[in-house]
Write a protein that binds this ligand. Structure first.
Ligand SMILES: Cc1ncc(COP(=O)(O)O)c(C=O)c1O
Length: 415
């Protein structure tokens, strides 16, 4: 049977988080028996319940007549209007609800379908359309490009470039690697970044806009974590704060992380009307949108004071958890002052102790001995080798237990 499936699917890997989940499930009985019941810090999913405000709105909407039929992939007018209002209040951006916004079944769906809409599929490596992606970056980008029949080319995000690579230098390197900028269809930027937690400046967004204009390519800004910046820090910019960005950019937003609504599957893409239009047409042949009560509840939360308050509290919680974990890793020998923990997201990105040969060797050892589930850095791209990511989303007592186990099991940086 397998040979019936296309070449793009044949080369696909199961999404790394699901691979880790399967392995953790397999090891759970054994680990539990030795007092190391798995604590998972792998998936980027907050464990808090969503705001009561939104769950109550959902319950009310579920009982409403007329909300149980098919909807449209673009989204109901009340959702699109609420999004336009949010974008105006939050970033000062005007969006036309009819042409410049489309709802998403989570931003993952949106990113995958936008890439699919851009790439002319081929297995011919000499001809493949190229999508520029952050490296390290969200693990799905690369596979999304692969399954669309394109080639993903990594932008090096390093401490030396402050996680904001010069794009003109990337273009030079790409040509040196025997590829051509003429084959590039889009640039994906993601700030605040998963897995690094790095935030970019508005100047960097300007640089990205100029670069995409110069090369006539689509700028895809993944803003899934835009609200998850710690209090007192400079807010993360939207690409649309750059003058003229709408000429070449779209931006992806999600309800998943800020409101702990990962399972609800709702987000939006907005910006350039040609891109949004083609994308919505593609979606109209694939899906039929999001359950209306979810759209209704989501529309209510994004412009509510309860929603804003929840985000503020959640960010405070992540900042406190980060402090706790940073202290723990300091005690374990990591040079946390030099490592400069991020001021956004709920991720911590750390080097593996030097005695381990690879990220995977370290994360496997920690899982097998301590029952702590981490993600090897190379899962986020070549530049992630030698690092690991932990999501600091678990309960405080679990985070404390993680540090206790790592100490007891000898996972010190040097030893
Ligand atoms: C950078 C980034 N973009 C997009 C997503 C997808 O989020 P969702 O589909 O829940 O909106 C994730 C999820 O982890 C992510 O880390």
């Amino acid at each position: 049977m397998k040979e019936l499936f296309n070449d793009y699917v044949q080369s696909l890997e199961t999404y790394i988080m699901f691979q880790i989940k399967q392995e953790t499930q397999r090891l759970t009985p054994e680990l539990t028996a030795k007092g190391r019941k798995p604590i998972t810090l792998a998936m980027g999913a907050p464990v808090k319940v969503p705001p009561t405000f939104v769950t109550e709105k959902l319950i009310d909407a579920v009982k409403e007549d007329g909300l149980h039929t098919y909807t449209t992939p673009k989204g109901e007018a009340y959702l699109l209007e609420a999004i336009a209002k949010r974008m105006k209040n939050r970033f000062g951006i005007e969006l036309d609800t009819k042409t410049e916004i489309c709802s998403l079944i989570g931003s993952k769906e949106g990113l995958a379908n936008m890439i699919r809409a851009l790439v002319n599929p081929t297995t011919d490596k000499e001809k493949q359309d190229i999508i520029l992606i952050p490296d390290p970056g969200y693990a799905s980008y690369k596979e999304m490009v692969k399954v669309s029949g394109g080639l993903a080319y990594g932008l090096p995000l390093t401490p030396e470039n402050n996680y904001m690579p010069n794009l003109d230098e990337v273009a030079v390197q790409l040509e040196k690697d025997g590829l051509s900028m003429k084959r590039v269809k889009a640039l994906i930027v993601n700030y605040p970044n998963n897995p690094l937690g790095a935030v970019c400046t508005l100047d960097y967004m300007k640089h990205a806009v100029e670069f995409c204009k110069k090369h006539n390519i689509l700028l895809m800004s993944d803003a899934a974590y835009v609200d998850m910046v710690f209090e007192g820090q400079e807010p993360a910019p939207s690409v649309f704060e750059v003058e003229g960005a709408k000429d070449i950019a779209v931006e992806f937003f999600s309800f998943s992380k800020p409101y702990s609504m990962t399972g609800w599957r709702i987000g939006w893409v907005c910006g350039n009307k040609d891109a949004v239009g083609v994308f919505a047409k593609l979606k109209s042949t694939i899906d039929t949108g999001i359950y209306k009560p979810i759209q209704k509840a989501a529309a209510a939360i994004i412009n509510s004071k309860e929603g804003d308050e929840y985000i503020k509290e959640a960010n405070k919680g992540f900042e406190m958890k980060q402090k706790l974990v940073v202290q723990g890793f300091k005690e374990l020998g990591w040079d946390m002052d030099k490592l400069n923990p991020p001021k956004a997201t709920f991720y911590l990105w750390l080097p593996i102790p030097p005695r381990y040969k690879s990220s995977k060797e370290f994360t496997d050892a920690v899982l097998n001995k301590s029952g702590v589930v981490l993600v090897p850095g190379n899962g986020f791209g070549e530049n992630g080798e030698g690092w690991f990511r932990m999501s600091i989303v678990a309960k405080d007592e679990d985070m404390i237990e993680v540090i206790r186990r790592l100490k007891e099991d000898g996972f010190y940086f040097e030893k």
